[in-house]
Design a protein around this ligand. Structure first.
Ligand code: PEP
Ligand code: MN
Length: 445
């Protein structure tokens, strides 16, 4: 006889928020069986390597750059979109590592970011109410009765789309994209027709100059030609994450093999809830988003549950308070967590606390607010003697007009011209580089 969950799933009896109601338990079971029989997307050794890298960020010896779409979509699964996102992340990493002399740990919000938590379970348009869109892993964005039905076969599509994305990312990175010597070429060749970022162009020239100098000294480092790259997504749909969770070896610890790093959203971090229990059962490096309602005691309880051995690099807190609250809320949290002595990678998500709607109801974010939250984050950690360990952002490699402002400003009148996000507004390529330079300046201050 089949059961809906395996007996070794201790989270199965706990409340699981933000889960779709799958209409057909039999198809769900088949999908879960097929996922469970599918090969891993990542290796457990790679997950452990990322934990070690994050341990360096914890000590202030590296900086985490985590970014990508709010929601990946099956429709945008194309080579140039993936190339653009990787290029943007690598250019940001070049700015940070060259501009601020800081090793950068590069983690995509990529190859698995297909499920979204929603503030309301339904959406109403013109008097019609349907289930909310929960990401391509669950249902369709189109506002139709059929489209909004949760379809478990989408979990299989999510797995295959993630595999294709990861395959292409590994190929791009293995074939020159990661070569620092190509920093200037990447800039020139970027998305034909897109404007060049002047500060980046200047920096790429300096990087090339530095390489020529090292060549002349016979000292060109080998690993300038390769970049370590990891992938992450929000661990939201337990019917997707659980079947991809396996022991590293018989009787060994369990890993989620669908991504190197998983994070818990601000809405699903309830201590007694299924998600926290699931996260406590995997060995991957994990993160928890902490928004304005998070208290220091909740954070301490999460540490006890998720990193009881206080392993450096295991647990990252991604704070997302908004520019208006970061200076009020972050100090107390950091102070009380630091007093516990448990190692934490402190990361700033300057996107999700700064979402606003225009008078026409368009969801956007202002680059000024984003930069201001990051500034507050750096200042507070500096004041407290803790390390600003990284940044978590929603970005794309193209010239979308979803966020306002930047050094080549997007105005409110521009927003509708190229708004392509399946969910939250992302920084465009140019705004992402603005942010990287801002962070490099803060690191040097
Ligand atoms: C997200 O990262 O897209 C998200 C929903 O974030 P949060 O859990 O911080 O609201
Ligand atoms: Mn988002």
């Amino acid at each position: 006889m089949h059961t809906d969950h395996l007996p070794e799933e201790p989270w199965a009896d706990r409340p699981a928020l933000q889960q779709p109601s799958w209409p057909d338990p039999v198809s769900l079971r088949h999908v879960r069986d097929e996922l469970a029989a599918s090969p891993p997307l990542v290796l457990t050794q790679e997950c452990d390597q990322l934990t070690r890298r994050l341990a360096a960020a914890c000590r202030g010896e590296a900086f985490l750059l985590q970014g990508g779409d709010c929601a990946e979509t099956f429709a945008q699964l194309d080579a140039s979109a993936i190339h653009g996102k990787l290029t943007t992340l690598l250019q940001m990493a070049t700015v940070l590592s060259y501009g601020a002399a800081m090793p950068v740990v590069k983690v995509g919000r990529l190859a698995g970011q297909y499920a979204k938590p929603r503030s309301k379970p339904t959406e109403t348009r013109d008097g019609v109410t349907l289930p909310a869109y929960r990401g391509d892993a669950v249902n369709a964005r189109e506002f139709t009765t059929d489209g909004r039905i949760a379809d478990p076969h989408r979990l299989l599509r999510t797995y295959h789309a993630s595999a294709a994305t990861l395959n292409l990312a590994r190929s791009f990175l293995g074939n020159g994209l990661a070569n620092l010597r190509q920093a200037h070429l990447r800039n020139r060749g970027f998305a034909a027709g897109a404007p060049e970022h002047p500060r980046y162009a200047a920096l790429a020239g300096q990087v090339e100059q530095a390489f020529r100098f090292m060549d002349a000294c016979g000292a060109t480092p080998q690993h300038a030609q390769a970049a370590e790259f990891f992938v992450s997504h929000e661990g939201l749909l337990l019917d997707y994450e659980a079947p991809l969770t396996r022991p590293a070896c018989p009787a060994g610890p369990h890993y989620n093999t669908g991504g190197h790093m998983l994070w818990l959203g601000d809405r699903t971090r309830g201590l007694e809830h299924a998600h926290v229990e699931y996260f406590s059962s995997i060995r991957n490096p994990i993160a928890v988003k902490l928004g304005p309602t998070a208290t220091p005691n909740e954070a301490l309880a999460l540490i006890d549950k998720l990193n009881p051995d206080h392993q450096p690099g295991r647990l990252t807190f991604i704070t997302r308070f908004g520019a208006n609250l970061v200076r009020d809320k972050l100090p107390d949290l950091v102070e009380k967590v630091s007093a516990s002595g448990s190692p934490i990678v402190w990361v700033c998500d300057p996107m999700h606390g700064n979402t606003q709607a225009t008078t026409n109801g368009i969801k956007t974010r202002d680059v000024d607010d984003i930069l201001d939250e990051v500034t507050g984050f750096f200042e507070i950690h500096r004041d407290l003697g803790t390390h600003p360990g990284g940044i978590h952002v929603e970005l794309t490699g193209t010239g979308v007009t979803e966020c306002l402002g930047g050094s080549r400003p997007v105005t409110s009148g521009d927003l509708t011209s190229r708004y392509e996000s399946g969910c939250d507004p992302r920084l465009n390529h140019y705004q992402a580089l603005d942010l990287a330079f801002h962070i490099a300046d803060l690191c040097l201050r």
